[in-house]
Design a protein around this ligand. Structure first.
Ligand code: SAM
Length: 285
């Protein structure tokens, strides 16, 4: 089914509209037409969306729909569409449903067989992936879980991914996260993409360990996406790592230090390097 959106009319449905991630010109004509024609706009942050609507010269009733009331709003919106209304939803920035509210709205529509349309547009994840240029495929990670158990479990899965990884991260946690990723995945190449579509847009290319060090004292400014290169198509050379660890142990390094250095130099994950070091030490006893 196609969502008919024109300047003056839309079919009754929920329209999930992508909005700019910085530059206000990054909005599609279809989204503008939909916002103009719907009966009501639900927004993650009504003040933010009021500014966007003012910029577009659109006046509409605005209601909030955020992570704390999305489930309730989902029922309300579905009921409105069933009564013949056209409703728009916009998140704070970018695509609704991408690390933003939207999922529950779509689920309610699916469950109640209410029509809904996703009007595409900017998203920081896709844009950063193209900026980083680590090959055609990527895995969207979004924000990492905070709980250490869930985080470690996810790192294990990510370590096996051949494609690039796209993560959203707060600037304040960037250094710590890059360091953790270097230890769990090996010291891969990465790009820190900042402030996309805005005045101070930038991309810093370095290894994960270098990024961690670079931002340890002073966090990067603005909004950040971290793109990490996928596991190398050629698996890390474990023989090289093992030889290097043996050398380092002979020259007096501890198992921990030898594993860290070998991991950084060969790309073998640090826990695997540590296991090799322990095995070598046991063999030498
Ligand atoms: N729905 C949005 C999308 O489609 O990209 C993402 C919303 S999520 C709550 C916000 C996160 O997206 C930020 O913390 C940052 O990691 C990333 N982000 C959003 N806008 C950005 C920009 N202009 N430059 C870099 N990262 C951005």
């Amino acid at each position: 089914m196609e969502g008919r959106t024109g300047k003056n009319a839309v079919t009754p449905a929920l329209y999930l509209c992508a909005t700019p991630i910085g530059n206000l010109d990054d909005i599609t004509l279809r989204v503008v037409n939909a916002l103009r024609a719907v009966d009501v706009v639900y927004a993650e942050d009504t003040r933010n969306t009021a500014r966007l609507l003012r910029h577009l010269g659109i006046e509409k009733p605005l209601l909030s729909c955020h992570e704390h009331n999305e489930a309730k709003r989902a029922e309300e919106i579905a009921a409105k569409v069933e009564q013949g209304m056209a409703v728009a939803f916009v998140s704070d920035a970018g695509m609704p449903g991408i690390s933003d509210p939207g999922e529950k709205l779509v689920r309610a529509c699916v469950e109640r067989a209410v029509p809904y349309f996703v009007l595409p547009g900017p998203s920081a994840a896709v844009t950063a992936h193209v900026v980083a240029n680590f090959g055609g495929q990527y895995r969207f990670v979004g924000f990492l879980p905070r709980a250490s158990g869930a985080r470690a479990k996810l790192f294990e899965v990510l370590a096996g991914c051949d494609c690039a990884l796209v993560l959203y991260e707060s600037p304040l946690r960037l250094s710590k996260t890059a360091g953790e990723l270097a230890r769990a995945l090996g010291n891969r190449r990465a790009v820190l993409v900042r402030e996309l579509t805005k005045l101070h847009e930038s991309a810093v290319r370095a290894t994960l360990a270098e990024l961690s060090e670079l931002y340890a004292q002073t966090p990067p400014k603005g909004e950040c996406v971290l793109v990490v290169e996928g596991r190398s198509a050629e698996l890390p050379n474990e023989t090289d790592a093992s030889e290097l660890i043996a050398q380092l142990l002979r020259s007096g390094h501890s198992a921990k230090d030898a594993a860290r250095e070998a991991s950084e130099r060969t790309g073998v994950p640090r826990n695997a390097a540590y296991a090799m070091a322990l095995q070598l030490l046991r063999g030498a006893e």
